[in-house]
Design a protein around this ligand. Structure first.
Ligand SMILES: [Zn+2]
Length: 301
């Protein structure tokens, strides 16, 4: 009885916090914005931002969520916007919240698209993600089955679906090795996945390549998007994306390079004064680790 009560309380609280905030960009384009904090049982692992494009022939979903229940929550939210079926899912990268909801949407008949590097990354890190999510979201991982993208491309893919033209680009490693951006030229909208974090501090990521991430950001910025749907945080513009992601990466890269050139050690990197970026959520927990990771990357070059 006591156990039942606890489960009941847990499921009630899960429903309260799982909600994704809907941000409308144009008539048929939306962002679903999850919590900025860590993955938790109540956010179902969806501490991330997702994109929705409603076409004449169905919905394109950008990033399928971190779990089966997380995907279900995304689906429920999309149903408040349209009754059209979800026909296409794009995974912008190899991190859990970009793809572990694939199974849910594949069962609904969607095709799943990612870069070939992301697909390999999904396969290589499945066990890691499942274990980590097991710890972070525990029972909210229930029903999650890893399903990989079934359509891949190397660098560029064009999609014309129900009157909407979008372009998918893999410019190189950013947060993860296979990250892509999705460009919708008609409205100058860029879906960046984990190439862009706003409002919260980024983590240097499993790709371990700060230089490449900086270059990928620059290539994305060359499109001069008017709206950016980031991987984390609210819908934004290029200026804020630059301030919260690009400037931070360049800052850390330059500071750490300077330490290495002067034969400094890792403790100096960890103690870099990063207070300029302390307004970002999660900064305290992650900033020193970021400097440390970048030191380890650049030290070997
Ligand atoms: Zn992410």
């Amino acid at each position: 009885m006591k156990k039942l009560l606890i489960i009941l309380i847990l499921s009630i609280s899960a429903n309260v916090n799982a909600q994704l905030k809907v941000e409308k960009i144009t008539n048929n384009v939306y962002a679903l914005v999850g919590e900025l904090s860590q993955r938790s049982p109540s956010n179902l692992g969806n501490n991330s931002t997702h994109g929705v494009i409603i076409t004449k022939n169905g919905v394109i979903l950008i990033d399928s969520g971190a779990s089966y229940l997380g995907a279900k929550e995304i689906y429920k939210t999309i149903k408040t916007l349209t009754n059209k079926p979800i026909t296409t899912v794009i995974n912008t990268g190899g991190q859990d919240h970009r793809w572990l909801g694939n199974d849910y949407f594949k069962k609904l008949g969607a095709r799943i698209i990612a870069s070939s590097k992301t697909r390999s990354d999904q396969i290589a890190r499945t066990d890691y993600h499942m274990k980590r999510l097991g710890t972070l979201i525990s029972s909210s991982l229930k029903g999650t089955k890893p399903v990989y993208a079934n359509e891949t491309f190397k660098q560029k893919k064009i999609l014309d679906i129900g009157g909407i033209h979008i372009e998918l680009y893999h410019f190189g490693a950013a947060h993860t090795v296979g990250d892509i951006v999705v460009w919708m030229p008609s409205k100058k909208i860029m879906f960046t996945g984990d190439v862009v974090f706003v409002q919260r501090a980024l983590g240097t990521g499993p790709a371990k390549n700060v230089k490449s991430w900086i270059q990928v950001f620059e290539k994305m910025a060359n499109f001069k998007p008017e709206y950016i749907i980031p991987g984390h945080g609210h819908v934004t513009d290029l200026a804020e994306a630059k301030k919260d992601t690009y400037d931070y990466l360049v800052f850390l890269h330059d500071k750490v390079s300077n330490i290495i050139e002067n034969d400094g050690d890792i403790s100096e990197a960890v103690n870099i004064d990063q207070s300029r970026f302390k307004y970002l959520k999660n900064f305290k927990g992650i900033s020193r680790k970021n400097a440390q990771n970048i030191f380890l990357q650049l030290e070997f070059e």
